[in-house]
Write a protein that binds this ligand. Structure first.
Ligand code: MG
Length: 441
């Protein structure tokens, strides 16, 4: 015997305060429905609940036979739901103008066999999944659908149109209403989906189809669709009813009554809100990074200072004597050369050619002192290449031959601050480089 097996899941969504959707999915009743209420802070909730209640009451006899007498009976039940909501709205000023969409599906007698009967008012929808392909069976009674029908906008434009929620036909707003209805073969294996716009405004048909194909259990499928709609934004109430056409044994005799399907929505955990960004703090990793940065900076300063001060050079001092500085002739960063020794060699003792060899860089104080003595003891016209330990830079400097080194000229330690002037020599250190006391030579 062909029968229907279905389940519902409904959720308030992530924006609305109350759920104005209602659903019909009773275990013993081959009738399923979704209603999406509207009107006032309470009207929509009341309208959808009244419509579903009236539909279930009118078609209650189908619980015994397993089918509704005909699709016309299904439509009459929808019209009865319209009467019920309309009369209730007229009788209660607070509920005036309330209404609801309503899509219904039932196993109905059709000739000598059975069929799936469908009825629709509003913009809730019925889809069918057959051979893995999803097809929308109902046509929305909405403003944008009218524009699509007239060719003024495309279906894709309608899906994002700002007025897509404006419905043109609803249950309960007027005393009478036109009901769209269909009768389709009841084919075992086919699956139907009834849903409110809170689903298809958030979830694409492709994802809906994939979910319906993937999850065999009707409730799991309905629940998954609700989760997807919430993930998509959940800007409206979401209600899904998944119904399978199955061929099998008679329905086991169970106590009739509403299934837990509709109420299960309350158990659906609301999606966790996205975590707030954590305030930035000085974590251990950040502190370690800063310490490393400071250490690298300190090491760099030490390295530069060592390189800058690990050298000496001979130059003409402010007193017109040859002097020896520790450091580099032009200084390095903020490490200026320091005067460390003053020789007895005077400027007048040297020829222009000899003076032109200044300043002379040496790797040690003794080497600088020796070079100064050699410079002063050899005529400028006599030059030779000397084997030097100060590096390639000095390898070709003309200096007196080592065999003619004169007795060392006394080199006096600096005992008072020297006051070099810029005029004395362009390469002389700046006054700020002069030490307050010189180291011992
Ligand atoms: Mg809605």
């Amino acid at each position: 015997m062909t029968r229907l097996v279905g389940a519902a899941c409904s959720d308030v969504g992530r924006v609305r305060a109350i759920n104005q959707d209602s659903a019909l999915a009773q275990y013993d009743l081959p009738v399923f429905a979704v209603a999406d209420g509207m009107g006032g802070h309470r009207g929509g909730e009341v309208a959808s609940a009244l419509a579903i209640e009236e539909l279930g009451t009118r078609l209650g006899d189908a619980a015994r036979s397993g089918r509704v007498e005909s699709v016309e009976v299904l439509v009459e039940a929808v019209l009865a739901a319209n009467d019920r909501v309309f009369e209730h709205a007229v009788g209660d000023p607070e509920l005036k103008g309330m209404g609801t969409t309503l899509v219904a599906l039932a196993l109905v007698e059709a000739g000598r066999g059975i069929a799936v009967g469908l009825a629709n008012v509003g913009d809730s929808r019925v889809y069918r999944l057959a051979d893995g392909v999803l097809e929308q069976l109902t046509e929305d009674h909405s403003l944008v659908q009218g524009l699509v029908r007239q060719g003024q906008i495309t279906a894709a434009e309608a899906a994002v149109h700002p007025l897509r929620n404006v419905v043109t036909r609803v249950i309960g707003v007027e005393a009478d209403v036109d009901v769209d209805w269909w009768e389709r073969p009841a084919v075992p294996g086919e699956r139907y989906l009834l849903c409110s716009d809170g689903l298809f405004n958030e979830v694409s048909d492709t994802r809906i189809a994939a979910t319906l194909r993937l999850l065999a259990d009707p409730f799991e499928a309905a629940r998954a669709l609700v989760v997807l709609a919430n993930d998509g934004g959940g800007r409206d109430n979401i209600t899904c009813v998944v119904v399978d056409v199955v061929a099998g044994e008679e329905i086991p005799a169970l106590e009739p009554g509403p299934t837990a399907a509709v109420e299960l929505a309350a158990d659906l955990e609301p999606p966790e809100p996205p975590p707030l960004p954590r305030p930035r703090r000085f974590t251990g990793r950040v502190v370690a990074f800063l310490v490393l940065l400071v250490a690298l900076g300190a090491l760099t300063v030490v390295a530069v200072r060592t390189w800058a001060q690990n050298a000496y050079f001979v130059d003409l001092g402010a007193s017109e004597h040859l002097v020896i500085y520790q450091g580099r002739p032009d200084g390095v960063l903020w490490f200026d050369p320091e005067l460390v020794a003053v020789t007895d060699i005077e400027q007048r003792d040297l020829t222009p050619a000899q003076l032109g060899r200044l300043p002379h860089q040496s790797s040690s104080l003794e080497e600088a002192r020796t070079w100064a003595n050699k410079l002063a003891s050899v005529p400028a016209t006599t030059s030779t290449t000397v084997t030097s330990t100060t590096g390639a830079a000095n390898a070709t400097q003309p200096v007196p031959p080592s065999t003619t080194v004169a007795p060392a000229i006394a080199v006096a330690p600096v005992v008072a601050p020297a006051v070099p002037t810029q005029a004395a020599n362009a390469s002389a250190p700046t006054p700020g480089a002069t030490p307050s006391s010189a180291p011992s030579t």
